[in-house]
Structures are given as structure tokens and as C-alpha cells.
Design a binder for this molecule. Structure first.
Ligand SMILES: [Ca+2]
Ligand SMILES: [Ca+2]
Ligand SMILES: [Ca+2]
Ligand SMILES: [Ca+2]
Length: 260
């Protein structure tokens, strides 16, 4: 009996530490980068966190409204390569949406609206004791929204569907509720064959892409989800080759210099 007690006393701190160390993990995203919990029950995101929904809405210049990637369709004139990657220490989940302009003509702009409805410590303290903190100022081409996800009063989901985030945080620590976050990233022009790369980072240890970020908090937990995004044009293959050749020549010059 005494031996059992000591075994328990030894193992309990280890078990508590292990349970607290649950980290972000890969989610079963659709090929176009959507995740919807009712399709995949009981998938946690990280320490205390679960995801109800991650989705993207994409709108090329001239389109009347965005296309919801959840339905598995990409607007005409574009192809999408999506990937999700965990950092080596599994504290960060990077979502990458690479849209190539396959239309044969320049595209003036492309808008991606990312939408995340996550919950923190839902089994312990519900999903409706949460709020969002907005840190910094949106960069060029960025806008955001934090709000109740649309099951009761929030308009964030409707605004994401319309491609028009309202740039406000309707959540507050004083009146916590269910919350969702959205980021809009506008990029252009995109030449034929070029790739518009949109990256979204979900972090459990406060990392972000750039200084602007939304931080989802729980009023009874130390866990938080930091959400940020960045957009860039990926150089055309020709440019990338030239760049590589230039760097190669530079490397060669340095090696020669060191030997001399
Ligand atoms: Ca990290
Ligand atoms: Ca909660
Ligand atoms: Ca709103
Ligand atoms: Ca939520």
C-alpha cells in the first residue's frame, strides 16, 4: 500500500506535466485547407484548445463575391496548393495557401479571408467564456474581425462570406462569450504563372507573422491562441533561378576570397 502511494506520488507530477504539454497537432484539412469539426469529431488543436472551424474565402478582382473553399471549388483562372505544417516543437501551425494565376492574363488582386472558430479549455470551462485581444495595427492589405461566430448575434461569419470584414473587435474581457477570428489579406497584381502565397499562423506560444495579431483568450485559463497572417508574391521560376545563380556566384566569390 505504501509502495503504491509512493509510486503515485512519483508519477502524478509526471502525468500532470505530460497532460499540460499537449501541443498543437496537424488537423485533417480538406485538400483546399478547410476544417469543420462536425466532419471530424474530437480533434484537439493544442493545450486545452479545440477547433470548431477553419476556412478560407477567396475572391479574385472582378468576382461578385468570394468562393468558400469548404465546398472544394477554386475560382476560375486559379489553382490552389494548400499545406499545413507544424513547427519542430509543435507550438505553431502554419497554413499555406498558394494560388497560382493560371488565367494567362494579369490578375489585379486576390483576396483571402481566413476564418477560425476555436475554443479554449471547452471541456473544463465551456466555449463561451472567451474574448479576443487585438495587438498592433493591420499592415497594408490586411483587415480583421473578432466577434461571436454567428450562432447568436455576431456578423463575422456573414462578413467573411461577403469578403468584407468590419475591422472591429466585438468581444471583450468584460463580457466573454463564444468568439471567432478572421483575417483578410489582399495581394496584387499577380502576373500569369505567379503564385499569390497567403500564410496563416496559429501559435500556442505567442509567435506571429509580422507584428499584427489577434490573441484569443479564456478568462479562466493561461492558454491562448495567437492568430496572424502574411501575403507575398512568390517569384516566377525564371526569377528564382536567376536569384539562385546570383547567390551561387556570391558564394563562390566568398570562398575564393577566403582562400586568398
Ligand atoms: Ca513557437
Ligand atoms: Ca473556454
Ligand atoms: Ca462584427
Ligand atoms: Ca469559438
Amino acid at each position: 500500500m505504501l509502495r503504491c502511494f509512493w509510486l503515485l506520488a512519483l508519477l502524478l507530477p509526471l502525468w500532470l506535466a505530460a497532460s499540460d504539454a499537449v501541443a498543437f497537432q496537424a488537423l485533417p484539412f480538406s485538400p483546399l485547407g478547410s476544417f469543420y469539426r462536425p466532419d471530424h469529431p474530437e480533434i484537439p488543436l493544442g493545450p486545452g484548445s479545440g477547433v470548431e472551424e477553419i476556412d478560407g474565402f477567396v475572391q479574385p478582382a472582378g468576382a461578385a463575391s468570394p468562393t468558400d473553399l469548404y465546398f472544394g471549388i477554386v475560382p476560375a483562372g486559379l489553382s490552389l496548393s494548400f499545406s499545413a505544417a507544424l513547427s519542430a516543437d509543435t507550438t505553431d501551425l502554419l497554413l499555406r495557401y498558394d494560388f497560382m494565376n493560371t488565367s494567362g492574363s494579369a490578375l489585379a488582386s486576390l483576396l483571402l479571408v481566413s476564418f477560425v472558430d476555436a475554443e479554449i479549455d471547452e471541456p473544463i470551462n465551456t466555449f463561451f467564456n472567451e474574448y479576443v485581444e487585438v495587438v498592433g495595427t493591420p499592415g497594408a492589405g490586411q483587415s480583421y474581425e473578432a466577434d461571436e461566430p454567428g450562432f447568436t448575434f455576431g456578423d463575422i461569419y456573414a462578413n467573411a462570406q461577403a469578403g468584407a470584414l468590419d475591422g472591429t473587435n466585438a468581444t471583450s474581457a468584460a463580457a466573454p462569450d463564444d468568439v471567432a477570428m478572421a483575417l483578410a489579406l489582399l495581394l496584387g497584381p499577380i502576373a500569369p504563372g505567379q503564385i499569390a502565397r497567403f500564410e496563416i499562423l496559429l501559435s500556442e506560444d505567442g509567435e506571429s507573422l509580422g507584428a499584427f495579431r489577434l490573441v484569443q483568450r479564456d478568462d479562466a485559463s493561461d492558454h491562448a491562441i495567437t492568430y496572424s497572417g502574411a501575403a507575398s508574391i512568390v517569384p516566377e521560376p525564371g526569377t528564382a533561378l536567376l536569384l539562385a545563380a546570383g547567390l551561387g556566384a556570391l558564394g563562390g566569390a566568398r570562398r575564393r576570397g577566403r582562400r586568398a
